[in-house]
Design a protein around this ligand. Sequence first.
Ligand code: NAD
Ligand code: RM4
Length: 256
Amino acid sequence: MLLTDKNVIITGASRGIGRAAALECARQGANVVIGYSGSPSSRSTVDELIKEIETLGQRAVAVGAPAGDPETGELLVEAAVSNFGGVDVFVNNAGICPFHSFLDMPRELYLETVNTNLNGAFFAVQAAANQMKRQGRGGAIIAVSSISALVGGGMQTHYTPTKAGLLSLMQSCAIALGPYGIRCNALLPGTIETDINKDDLADQGKRDYMASRTPLGRLGRPEDLAGPIVFLASEMAQYVTGASLLVDGGMYVNLQ
Ligand code: NAD
Ligand code: RM4
């Protein structure tokens, strides 16, 4: 049990990587605030997740609020404080990647992507960090960035800058928050099969190409990210801050 009695907030936890992380944190002894978009269609999956976490003997509450809203971080923190008594770990995971070509990128799509993935994250990290500072017992902040913080994507020109931004945010926050014992790290997943890339990977040629680029021979699963997130959240990583952890089956280093 690496997270006994820790209170963890995870954004975008209704499905995919966030959901897998929420379950693993609970297995490791944490209570979880489940951030989700607030859309009524997500409510039943969120309720199921709460039940699964309770079955594991832990507590969970859900907060439905858009990730891009600057107030959302405060709402998540308030839920953690009022239900569990504080925040020890904040995982900024919510994100979108609506694949689109560059030259005709709709302005609204660009702005929505940056707002959801990066602007909201800034304010949420700030809210979590202020609460951790008030508590005076340190904490861990993890941003789910991407391999795409390091390499480009022709259909991701709106997305990759947000992931590079999250990586940079964690590096600067590691400096700003180190004096309070708050560690800040970035997780860089490779290509993980989730709803975010369902349509993109429906193209068999693209799918085969992405898998063939991966030395471990397969695309990732959400559960592949759960252990690394728990590690960064836990005392096992007590001297790890400002770091970035690629979890990509080796895709990034696979030049030839
Ligand atoms: P996903 O689509 O399954 O999950 C995304 C989560 O974010 C969902 O819970 C969704 O409801 C939430 N979300 C989206 N927009 C939101 C909004 N406006 N407000 C609140 N919540 C919102 O995809 P995933 O792959 O699990 O993505 C999780 C994170 O991992 C994202 O930040 C993504 O960029 C990152 N990532 C994914 C991959 C991959 O290959 N799947 C690779 C690298 C990084
Ligand atoms: C990731 C990476 C993956 C892509 C997802 C949507 O950051 O670029 O290849 O499928 O985003």
